[in-house]
Write a protein that binds this ligand. Structure first.
Ligand code: HEM
Length: 93
């Protein structure tokens, strides 16, 4: 019974449960059906508003000489992080 339900010797995550879908690929940050994020539209709206506010108020620049190669798991991201300088934008008089 256990071997049929848990074919992997080291099961982990939702796929370890009988009948569950495999884990979402790394490019699906909100998951995939049937376990997709219920609040994806709200979360995406919040991210757009936050990004807009940051871009309105701050000027960003990359620190030089960084390794910008990616790790793809669990989600695509810079392998060694990214150093970014943020400076307040000067408002027009
Ligand atoms: C950037 C923001 C977010 C990301 C990347 C995200 C991602 C995810 C992912 C990957 C899952 C599936 C988890 C699984 O497979 O078990 C999930 C589920 C869920 N998320 Fe989000 N989420 C975000 C924001 C939110 C917010 C703001 C809410 C609520 C206000 C929310 C509510 C839920 C709920 C209720 C589930 C469970 C859905 C289910 O089991 O059927 N999420 N989310």
């Amino acid at each position: 019974m256990m071997a049929r339900c848990l074919p992997s010797p080291r099961p982990s995550g939702p796929s370890a449960i009988c009948g569950a879908q495999p884990p979402a690929p790394p490019t699906s940050p909100f998951g995939l059906a049937p376990r997709v994020c219920l609040s994806r539209p709200l979360a995406e709206l919040e991210l757009r508003l936050l990004t807009l506010r940051l871009l309105q108020t701050l000027r960003f620049s990359l620190e030089p000489d960084q390794d910008l190669s990616l790790d793809m798991i669990p989600t695509p991201r810079p392998r060694s992080g990214v150093l970014v300088r943020a400076a307040a934008k000067h408002s027009a008089p």
